[in-house]
Design a protein around this ligand. Structure first.
Ligand code: ADQ
Length: 491
């Protein structure tokens, strides 16, 4: 491993968002896997994190170049904010990233909106970020690009930074070429990624899909099982299943105050069993089918009526996009319908929470739930599955076979998220397990999460990448309120 300079991280979402409200300025940490995973890393390593400054008070809390030190109460690294105007936000973020790459990579081709303006603006924004990285990075600084928003960046950086060590981690699935190829600009996207020295995916099958797409689009490239030689450069392509801060979550779950509040909540609910679902309100997360499975379960096992409640947290996300608003309406109609069908004066079948929920409340829900249903239609990894088994001591995890997490956590009750009957049967099975069976189940899954935690992910990635970070104490895990990205921006 070679000694390296400061770490430069590039992502769309910033780790700290300043919002102005009536009481003044508040700093929030957004929900989503990326920040959860990388903020502790940057706090440990130091360096510069470059991201879109999306908060209404972001400009006034940064200097004239968009820079500030974070976290505010214990500054550890520099956040460099990039300003995007409303058209750019609409076309690069909501458009290209969330209405083209997101649906196509999650195999929802029919939801893709292949607008040329989205592509043009995506290119422009990638260029803007390229200029910021060139300003911030020294010749020895490794550059770690996060996710689908910057597929063009690795190649774009090569003109000014030909020798920097550049890596990109792709946080969502990479689909088979037959699906990916519906994107008219597929060759440019793949070519952009080939500027990196290392490309990481959650699973071996996503990595294989990527390699195969390169074979199809670049017949002149030499493609092996884990590397591509193209245009005088080698890009290694490997799976790195992301984990969570296991020790941090364990420590929080052991806090007496949290346990006390969880017990109080549990005893107020007056039901024998609680099932929980925690997701961003996204069509990939399978929320609708999960509700239908719960309905089927009540229908087919009437002795559970009045005895089990399903708590679904579905935090708003990307609500500027029509598909998300339509899905929200459909879910709400069905929650109303199912509750109307089964509800009793003293019992609510589905408790539906459609707002962003602070991290400590999510932890309480994990603790009180006998069963967690993590049943995405498809998901790159899914950290909720890992968090639940870490925090709950005696529960059962029902997990979709199409979540990346199921490759490692195959001891969960694995379900097909399209198959409502089998998910209903899984609920029955989970609720019928004895306390000893549940304890064994959780212990097994917890062992996997512990072994492959976020630091394992980070170290494995960095080691393969050949990057060595400065020593430091790992930052304490903090849980804060989530938020949807603000649409206000600075020119
Ligand atoms: P997401 O789709 O955002 O991320 P997921 O892994 O399900 O990811 O959850 C990420 C984090 O957000 C978890 O820490 C979870 O606790 C939190 N969270 C989720 N829903 C919440 C809610 N309603 N309220 C509060 N907190 C909530 C993408 C990919 C995933 C991949 C991650 C990390 O889509 O497949 O696991 O990145 O790479």
């Amino acid at each position: 491993m070679t000694a390296s300079g400061r770490l430069i991280v590039v992502s769309n979402r910033e780790p700290y968002i300043h919002e102005r409200n009536k009481k003044g300025i508040r700093c929030k940490v957004p929900i989503g896997g990326l920040v959860t995973a990388l903020d502790p890393v940057m706090q440990k390593a130091g360096g510069v994190w470059i991201a879109w400054g999306s908060g209404s008070a972001d400009a006034e809390t940064a200097d004239e170049r968009g820079r500030l030190m974070v976290p505010e109460n214990d500054p550890r690294y520099t956040l460099r904010r990039i300003w995007l105007d409303p058209k750019e936000i609409n076309e690069y973020y909501y458009g290209f990233s969330n209405r083209i790459i997101w649906p196509v990579c999650h195999l929802f081709q029919e939801k893709a909106r292949l607008e040329t303006e989205y592509w043009e603006t995506y290119k422009e924004v990638n260029h803007r970020f390229m200029e910021a990285v060139v300003e911030e990075a020294g010749a020895d600084d490794p550059i770690w690009i996060q996710d689908v928003h910057f597929a063009l960046l690795p190649s774009a950086l090569r003109e000014d930074l030909p020798n920097n060590n550049i890596a990109l981690f792709w946080h969502i699935p990479f689909p088979p070429w037959e699906t990916f190829s519906c994107i008219p600009w597929r060759k440019e996207i793949l070519g952009g990624l080939l500027g990196a020295n290392l490309l990481g995916f959650h699973t071996a099958s996503y990595a294989a899909n990527f390699l195969n797409s390169v074979r199809k689009e670049f017949p002149e490239a030499q493609v092996s099982a884990s590397a591509i030689r193209y245009d005088g450069r080698t890009t290694r392509v490997r799976p790195y299943p992301i984990g969570i801060d296991y020790a941090g979550y364990r420590a929080l779950s052991e806090k007496e105050s949290l346990k006390r509040r969880a017990n109080q909540l549990r005893s107020k609910m007056h039901v024998q069993h609680i099932i929980v679902g925690v997701d961003r309100l996204d069509y990939t997360k399978g929320i609708m089918n999960r509700l239908l499975a719960f309905e089927r379960f009540l229908e087919t096992h009437p002795k559970f009526i009045g005895k089990v409640s399903f708590i679904q947290v579905a935090s708003p996300t990307r609500s500027a996009i029509t598909e998300y608003r339509d899905m929200k309406r459909e879910i709400e109609e069905n929650v109303g319908r199912i509750n109307g069908r089964f509800q009793q004066p003293q019992w609510t079948p589905i408790i539906y929470i459609n707002r962003s929920v602070p991290g400590d409340e999510i932890m309480m829900l994990y603790r009180i739930a006998d069963v967690a249903m993590v049943t995405p239609i498809i998901d790159g990894m899914n950290l909720v599955a890992k968090e639940y088994v870490t925090v709950n001591d005696n529960g059962v995890l029902i997990l979709s076979e199409f979540a990346g997490a199921s490759e490692e956590m195959n001891q969960a009750i694995i379900v097909n998220p399209y198959d409502v009957d089998s998910m209903s049967a899984a609920i029955k099975k989970a609720l019928s397990m004895t306390s000893e069976e549940r304890a064994r189940h959780i212990a097994l899954l917890r062992g996997i999460v512990k072994e492959h935690d976020i630091f394992w992910w980070l170290n494995t990635f960095l080691e393969d990448w050949g990057v060595e970070l400065g020593e430091g104490e790992p930052a304490e895990l903090r849980l804060m309120a989530g938020t949807e990205p603000s649409r206000r921006s600075r020119p």
